[in-house]
Design a protein around this ligand. Structure first.
Ligand code: SF4
Length: 391
């Protein structure tokens, strides 16, 4: 029997379809793979300063949000002009997580071209426009970081499986954490990922995500996809790690360049600081753990970046509490919130014990922005308190 469609409308915000939050319109800018060019970041920083609350909010999928927007059209125009929303019909479906360090540190292969090919193919596919804005694609370069987050459709690159040294890349296709088969070559891999999304619409019209399916329907989706693939090569991905080391600090890239990882208070990047990051003229990656990576730096530039940007609020210390806590907007920005979550988390960080595990603070049971990995949820309750729960 088909899975019933979700009763509620998918109200995921985008650039053209903003969310009317209590503090004004909210726009989400999808960054496939979390990647953004310096000139694009500069445009977003300017839009945030001139038409929103002066910050770029980092999301749990490596995207950016602008809140408190006073001129929705001006923001959309700026985002489009920067090439960050190349298609109004497909704006909200470009949800692609990519191993943040791929092509620079470790991994089986550089998975960036695969993520770009998936984005191109998605935008070229008219049927993909009807996908839920919540459906999540993943490209894992073999280290397991993205697969552990259980995207709906994930390609996991496999080592030593190419028929020749420079042979085509091979990936397992993993649906919601279950490897169903493998595909060889970028085209076949991209085709397989999009087929999972199409298959979801076939077995459960209106469903948003694979995890919404009951066991029978999920099995049908797995079988439908597997019938078009070669047998899977690797095992199913391991359970998500309880707490991965933050990518925060100074890292040596495989090519000898330097990668700097940083976090910011409350996952909010002030527009002025974003402008300074853009001025470094280096590729930037926003990770699903709300980290900001400045890549391909020389040692001299990296030293200058730390010296100039650390006093402005960019935190390069992996031991900082801000590397392991996060929160939703809470009150007054969200009308559903039972508490001023940001203020309370600021106080907790200033006055409480250092967190020894991942914490996510939320203003109500919806749990917006919760990390994919195991964490402690600190949820505001209607009586004004907070409840801690392991998730
Ligand atoms: S978790 Fe609740 S309070 Fe926080 S942003 Fe979501 S709906 Fe609002």
């Amino acid at each position: 029997m088909n899975q019933p469609a979700r009763a509620a409308t998918d109200r995921c915000p985008g650039v053209f379809d903003t969310h009317p939050a209590a503090d004004g319109a909210l726009a989400r800018v999808r960054l496939p793979g979390g990647r953004i060019r310096p000139d694009q970041l500069e445009v977003l920083a300017k839009a945030a300063a001139e038409h929103a609350d002066g910050h770029l909010e980092l999301t749990v999928r490596g995207n950016l949000q602008l809140r408190g927007i006073t001129d929705v059209e001006a923001v959309a125009e700026a985002v489009v002009a920067a090439g960050l929303a190349p298609s109004s019909t497909h704006d909200k479906v470009r949800n692609i997580e990519l191993s943040p360090l791929t092509g620079r540190i470790g991994g089986v292969a550089d998975a960036r071209p695969l993520a770009a090919a998936l984005d191109d193919a998605l935008r070229a596919d008219p049927a993909a426009a009807s996908l839920s804005g919540r459906f999540l694609f993943g490209i894992d370069d073999g280290r397991g970081d993205i697969a552990a987050r259980r995207p709906d459709a994930c390609a996991v690159l496999r080592a030593g499986t190419s028929p020749a040294v420079d042979g085509p890349v091979v990936a397992d296709i993993v649906i919601g954490g279950v490897a169903v088969g493998s595909a060889t070559g970028p085209e076949a891999i991209v085709r397989a990922l999009i087929a999972v999304a199409a298959g979801l619409g076939e077995v459960a019209p209106g469903a948003w995500r694979v995890r919404d399916l009951d066991a029978d329907t999920r099995l049908r989706l797995e079988e439908l996809t597997a019938s078009t693939l070669d047998p899977a090569i690797g095992d199913d991905p391991d359970a998500p790690p309880a707490f991965r080391e933050p990518i925060v600090g100074w890292f040596d890239q495989d090519d000898g360049a330097v990668l700097l990882g940083a976090v910011v208070e409350l996952g909010r990047l002030p527009a002025r600081l974003a402008e300074f990051i853009a001025a470094v003229q280096a590729p930037v990656v926003f990770t699903p753990d709300r980290e900001i990576l400045l890549c391909d730096l020389s040692e001299g530039v990296a030293e200058t970046v730390v010296r100039v940007l650390a006093p402005m609020g960019l935190i390069f210390d992996a031991a900082s509490p801000w590397a392991s806590v996060s929160c939703c907007v809470g009150a007054p920005g969200c009308s559903s919130a039972h508490a001023p979550v940001r203020e309370d988390l600021l106080q907790r960080v200033r006055e409480g014990d250092p967190p020894d595990e991942r914490e996510h603070w939320v203003g109500c049971a919806r749990g917006c922005g919760s990390p994919a990995q195991s964490h402690v949820s600190v949820e505001a309750t209607p009586d004004g308190g907070y409840e801690r729960r392991r998730r």
